[in-house]
Design a protein around this ligand. Structure first.
Ligand code: FAD
Length: 290
């Protein structure tokens, strides 16, 4: 299929892009790496009158660490983040999540901001950013807003960004010292979107869990944090029983949407198993660090 007709704009600066979106916002779509938007256009599931390509807007692709905080420009390619030594040493959960995103060819074009703005609950980066308590900086001609991940992801493929806004930066706070990480998912073939998964961070104090974070992939319309399960682990020894109980709690009330690849019950059990594995891996890595 070919895309429907649209007017193509390739602004050379952010102000020009924001001006175009202020004029055409409701009828426009931002184009980043095109790895999700172009298929949507070709299948005619999106029919914008205007495409605003960010490809030639300078200054939106960077990876910086200042005062312990990671700042990722929205147009940073997923592959660039994946091989960043800075990210691997301070936010290894992101490196691991990226290795599970699609195929290398897609990560070469796909951007970090595009994955976030697309807001697919089966996408790895939004789940990793939920586990990392990230915030998103968005710009429009009306100004700049910083939106925490909980308020950013509204539902399937929908964020709280307005049509005239552009995601410009992802801000990731430092990970607690000594934290171990785990990211586990199951997909039918390498590179497919996962049927279910989980990200975990665990910090240990002597032989007990000081704090745990658990984020669920493809469990609901948005990335989810399993806060009750997280709390259940505080002060516990990282035993198989404690981890299994936390995983059981993590999926209480969770009803993943089923399809031909797996019904709700199957996915429910799958996500519970992924939480168990991610927590186990995070716990083991935390004890190695100590
Ligand atoms: P685009 O496709 O250009 O845009 C996506 C959406 O975000 C559009 O609505 C666009 O308007 C909006 N947008 C983009 N950037 C901005 C911005 N800065 N501000 C405001 N709005 C913006 N992803 C996974 O996470 N896991 C997978 O397993 C996976 N498998 C895939 C398999 C295939 C075969 C393909 C084709 C894609 C797959 N993807 C997967 C999606 C891929 O990661 C995309 O790169 C990503 O979802 C979108 O990034 P993009 O830069 O290509 O954005």
């Amino acid at each position: 299929m070919k895309p429907p007709l649209f007017d193509y704009h390739d602004p050379r600066g952010l102000e020009e892009a924001l001006d175009l979106l202020a004029r055409h916002g409701d009828d426009a779509k931002v184009l980043a790496g095109g790895q999700s938007l172009v298929p949507l256009l070709n299948f005619r599931l999106a029919r914008p009158d205007h495409i605003v390509d960010l490809g030639r807007v300078p200054g939106l692709a960077y990876i910086r660490r200042r005062d312990g905080v990671l700042r990722i420009g929205a147009m940073t390619r997923q592959a660039t983040l994946e091989v960043s030594p800075l990210v691997a040493s301070h936010w290894p959960l992101l490196t691991e999540a990226l290795s599970l995103v699609a195929h290398a060819q897609i990560r070469n074009r796909g951007t970090v901001g595009g994955s976030v703005a697309h807001a697919d609950p089966a996408a790895e980066l939004p789940v990793a950013f939920a586990a990392l308590d990230a915030s998103f900086h968005v710009r429009s001609q009306r100004g700049t807003r910083m939106i925490g991940w909980r308020d950013f992801f509204v539902t399937h493929l929908t964020t709280s960004m307005e049509p005239d806004e552009v995601l410009v930066e992802i801000e990731v706070p430092p990970v607690p010292e000594g934290a171990g990480h785990g990211f586990e998912e199951f997909s039918r073939r390498h590179g497919d979107f996962a049927l279910g998964g989980a990200a975990a961070l665990v910090t240990l104090d002597q032989n007990h869990i000081q704090a745990a974070r658990i984020a669920l992939l493809a469990a609901a319309d948005t990335p989810l944090r399993a806060t009750e399960a997280e709390a259940s682990l505080t002060g516990q020894a990282p035993t198989e029983e404690a981890i299994a109980e936390a995983a059981r709690i993590a999926v209480i009330g969770v009803e993943p949407t089923g399809d031909i690849h797996g019904d709700t019950e199957y996915r429910h059990g799958l996500i519970e198993a992924m939480v168990r594995r991610a927590l186990k891996q995070a716990g083991e890595r935390a004890s190695e660090v100590r």
